[in-house]
Design a protein around this ligand. Structure first.
Ligand SMILES: [Zn+2]
Length: 241
């Protein structure tokens, strides 16, 4: 065996080690990129739950306001009825008396209608109260669960950032001994060929693009004198290790 045998294999092994770091880096960076969205979706769950709870509470307040205004309206009608009754006592005209009686009857009908509305609102308020209590309890536990998740995600983000720093150091180490021109070629392939710049030929097929390579390519690979590229996709090829 000559001293310079397996020279290209050495280069390929260096490239593969670098590619391994780059693939890890790529995965970790993608994972890190996803974290802000995950945090945002948890935050949205909290704010959605808060607005649902707020809507129930606000309905309860509206009911209180409506009930008060109905009570005021009913009181006004009762006062009116009293005034009509006083007028009835003062009048001597039969016509006026019966007109007032008619007014009184109409006002009493209105009071009944108001009381019906009050009853409906009271029933709604009664069923709303326990629902609000339940929703408040659920919201508190749900919120703390989601907040815990957010804390975990922030921790994850910090861990991933540390991991990236470590991998970047590893990557720098892995680039040592690789010629600049080859580094550029590798980087370009890694960027454009879906993070697979250096791939094995398996059963005469490029495992990057899955096309059969020529006999010439296989011979060149076996000779191990130069780096061999896939004629189809341009990836750097190596024989199975
Ligand atoms: Zn190929």
């Amino acid at each position: 065996m000559r001293v310079h045998d397996n020279l290209m294999l050495e280069v390929v092994e260096k490239l593969l080690a670098l590619q391994d770091r780059d693939q890890r880096l790529r995965n970790v960076r993608m994972e890190l990129q996803a974290v802000p969205n995950e945090i945002a979706s948890n935050e949205k769950l909290i704010s959605d739950a808060a607005s649902r709870l707020e809507a129930s509470k606000s309905r309860a307040k509206t009911i209180e306001v409506e009930k008060k205004s109905l009570a005021v309206e009913a009181d006004a009608k009762r006062d009116q009825i009293n005034r009509y009754k006083t007028q009835q006592l003062q009048t001597r005209k039969n016509e006026e008396y019966s007109a007032l009686a008619h007014e009184i009857e109409a006002a009493e009908k209105l009071i009944t209608a108001i009381e019906d509305k009050e009853l409906v609102l009271m029933e709604e308020a009664e069923s709303l109260a326990p629902a609000i209590t339940e929703a408040e309890k659920n919201f508190t536990s749900e919120k703390s669960r989601l907040n815990e998740r957010i804390v975990m995600l922030k921790e994850k983000s910090a861990n991933l950032t540390t991991r990236i720093t470590d991998l970047e150091k590893d990557r720098t180490t892995a680039t040592q001994g690789i010629e600049e021109e080859l580094m550029e070629r590798y980087d370009r392939l890694f960027q454009t060929k879906n993070a697979r710049a250096v791939v094995p030929v398996e059963h005469d097929v490029c495992s990057g693009c899955h096309m059969k390579v020529t006999a010439q390519t296989t011979i060149a690979l076996r000779a191990d004198k130069e780096l061999v590229s896939c004629p189809q996709c341009g990836r750097i090829l190596h024989l199975p290790l």
